[in-house]
Design a protein around this ligand. Sequence first.
Ligand SMILES: *[C@@H]1O[C@H](CO)[C@@H](O)[C@H](O)[C@H]1NC(C)=O
Length: 164
Amino acid sequence: MDQELSTIVTWILLLSNALVMGQEFTPRSYCTPEDSCWPTTDDFDELQSLNPSMEVITRGDGGWAEASNLVLNRRISETPGAVVYVRNSSHVQAVVKFSQDYNLNLKIISSGHEFIGRNIAPGCLLLSVAYMDEISTDLSCPEHSSGCMNVEPGGLVAAGVQSC
Ligand SMILES: *[C@@H]1O[C@H](CO)[C@@H](O)[C@H](O)[C@H]1NC(C)=O
């Protein structure tokens, strides 16, 4: 009897474990342009008008051909649902919030060189930091005696340049 009970308990544990693991590994499903939950043109226009100096580009807009082709890794051929070029941290916040409000798959791209394609997904909202490319130096910063260099995520620093 005791052994039967422990066998039953073992099975219950194994099954509940499998259920929990199954849930953990179910990929989340996001809204894509094919779905009715995808933001309307008005929604994208509002995002744009609240943040004048960022650029929101959706399918059919001028610039879509270029914006939808930012991935330089030619092994990857996925098309985003919309692309946003941000210019400062307020824009980044607005785009992250927008992606949460509309359940969009937010992907972030800088130079486009990501080796295994984590910077894109079909129908994603693609946030490009390519224009956040400011590079500044401060030779009297307190952190390093030889000075500091601040590179925004879109900033390209040539190979061989030392950061401190
Ligand atoms: C970012 O740019 C917007 C204009 O699009 C401006 O209103 C906002 O103050 C800027 N934010 C920062 C942190 O510079």
